[in-house]
Design a protein. Structure first.
Length: 212
């Protein structure tokens, strides 16, 4: 009888040993399975659903290939899946040590980081929206501190050649916040923060369009 080792589709090279039961626990499976699923989707000549913003900051549905998502073809023998690993290109934006992200795709031959990916495995609908109509379904998304770090680094990385404009958009008004841990000090600035974030998102869209 043929003895087959346990594993997940496409994950030939990774820092997780799927012959060990600890690699199948909740904290590992939540990132390993979606990574494998993306590889399988491309093997079926399908693309992943990709949610984007239009110029009015409204969500639109598009698609993205796993090759573009991973920065390398998932069928490549040169792909290494590094789970819970630092995306080192962002280290230059962080004081101290940058935390690990759920998945870093790497090129085996030179050990370079290709993409840093934060993974959220959830269900649609969740328990708070399952009784609503289908157009009101929602997902529960848990945002870790690492997620915020990588969102900030990704923002700065995208706008690295446009930092003067970024500084102008942020302005100096938020420097008046003495204690960021005090809700009474921060809450009055939230409408301004939302407006600035929207302007930054529009700037990022312009920057990405220029670099395509």
């Amino acid at each position: 009888m043929l003895h087959q080792q346990p594993g997940l589709f496409g994950l030939r090279y990774s820092n997780r040993d799927f012959t060990q039961k600890e690699s199948w626990g909740k904290n590992c499976f939540n990132s390993s399975f979606p990574a494998s699923l993306c590889a399988y989707i491309q093997s079926c000549n399908l693309e992943n659903i990709y949610l984007k913003l239009d110029s009015n900051l409204k969500i639109i549905h598009s698609t993205i290939s796993t090759t573009n998502f991973y920065g390398i073809n998932p069928a490549s023998d040169n792909l290494f899946y590094a789970f819970e690993t630092q995306f080192t290109p962002y280290q230059k934006y962080v004081i101290g040590t940058i935390p690990g992200v759920d998945l870093v795709t790497q090129a085996k031959d030179i050990g370079s980081c290709l993409q840093g990916i934060e993974i959220k495995l959830t269900v649609l609908p969740d328990h708070t929206t399952c009784e609503l109509s289908e157009n009101s379904y929602g997902c529960e998304i848990i945002v870790r501190p690492q997620t915020i770090v990588y969102l900030g680094c990704g923002l700065v990385n995208t706008l690295n050649n446009n930092l003067d404009t970024l500084r102008q958009l942020i302005g100096e008004e938020f420097e008046n916040i003495i204690d960021w841990t005090d809700a009474r000090s921060v809450i009055p600035y939230i409408p301004k923060m939302i407006n600035v974030i929207n302007l930054i998102l529009l700037l990022i869209m312009v920057e990405l369009a220029i670099n395509i």
